[in-house]
Design a protein around this ligand. Structure first.
Ligand SMILES: CC(C)(COP(=O)(O)OP(=O)(O)OC[C@H]1O[C@@H](n2cnc3c(N)ncnc32)[C@H](O)[C@@H]1OP(=O)(O)O)[C@@H](O)C(=O)NCCC(=O)NCCS
Length: 248
């Protein structure tokens, strides 16, 4: 049976490079998310500064990482009342670091396609909870990006969350994973990631032109992009689902 060991990007430069490659390939098609103000200004620098929080699940036999999870320590006043801002809020809070951290903010889990559906992402979530406990934090909060929501961009998130499959389980596989891992839904992060860029930016990502103002679906996006010809801008506001985990 394959055995996995939890390491971090701080353990070795080779591991850091491998983790960066896994993350880049998992998120390649959603590159427009790199353009939220928080991502653009702080993300890369924070991953470097807090390398010991960037989880790498390593196959003990091969020494290669098979799943990675990014997280940042930050101060969270009340995990039962999380704001509309989600991913961007955690990154901005961590970048200020003006109050001692009491919480780990999960920002993403990436598993290469060949290793999916083996339960590895759930091991990464568990590793985040263990890490929060080791640090003496209250727990982990994660603005979760339901992976199949992109097939239903027009559906409001509160409706989507309630969908179930034939077995009565959550319809969305990634929400299902978080629920199976012991997470509790706290609410919606209605403005988790906000990207506002010129229309030409969105046309490049969509591979088509937008000649009218209105809402447009873009591959992988969880909600439509709102295009406004008058201002020449397109605005994407990504909704996520807030999950809270107590430290393990
Ligand atoms: C979303 C993503 C991280 C999920 O990775 P994963 O490793 O396949 O997810 P999980 O660990 O939850 O695997 C769960 C599935 O494996 C199955 N599985 C197989 N063996 C298992 C085991 N030993 N333990 C638990 N689950 C197992 C489960 O049954 C489950 O499927 P089900 O819910 O339909 O029953 C991955 O698809 C990915 O990297 N996507 C691109 C990036 C992304 O969207 N990340 C999420 C937003 S942050």
């Amino acid at each position: 049976m394959t055995r996995y060991v939890v390491k971090t990007r701080a353990d070795s430069p080779a591991l850091k490079r491998a983790a960066m490659a896994i993350e880049a390939s998992a998120w390649n098609a959603l590159g427009y998310l790199n353009f939220t103000s928080a991502h653009f200004k702080h993300y890369d620098e924070l991953l470097e500064r807090f390398a010991e929080f960037q989880i790498c699940l390593v196959d003990e036999d091969t020494g290669y990482p098979v799943a990675v999870g990014c997280a940042l320590p930050f101060f969270c006043a009340d995990p039962a009342k999380l704001p509309a801002g989600g991913w961007d809020w955690i990154v901005e809070s961590a970048s200020r670091m003006d109050v001692a951290p009491n919480m780990l903010g999960g920002l993403g889990v990436s598993v290469p396609r060949v290793h999916r559906s083996k339960g590895l992402a759930r091991l990464v979530i568990k590793a985040m909870r263990d890490m929060a406990e080791q640090c003496g934090f209250e727990g982990v909060v994660i603005p979760v990006r339901p992976t199949s929501k992109s097939m239903h961009p027009e559906v409001p998130m509160h409706e989507y969350i309630a969908w179930t499959d034939d077995n009565g389980r959550a319809y969305d596989p990634w929400l299902r994973s978080h629920l199976a891992a012991g997470g509790r839904i706290v609410g919606e992060a209605t403005r988790s990631m906000v990207v506002e860029e010129p229309i030409s930016f969105w046309e490049a990502w969509a591979g088509r032109t937008f000649d009218k103002s209105g809402d447009y679906a873009i591959d992988g996006a969880l909600a439509p992009v709102k295009v406004d010809l008058k201002s020449g801008m397109g605005r994407y506001v990504e909704p996520n689902v807030w999950f809270a985990y107590q430290a393990a």
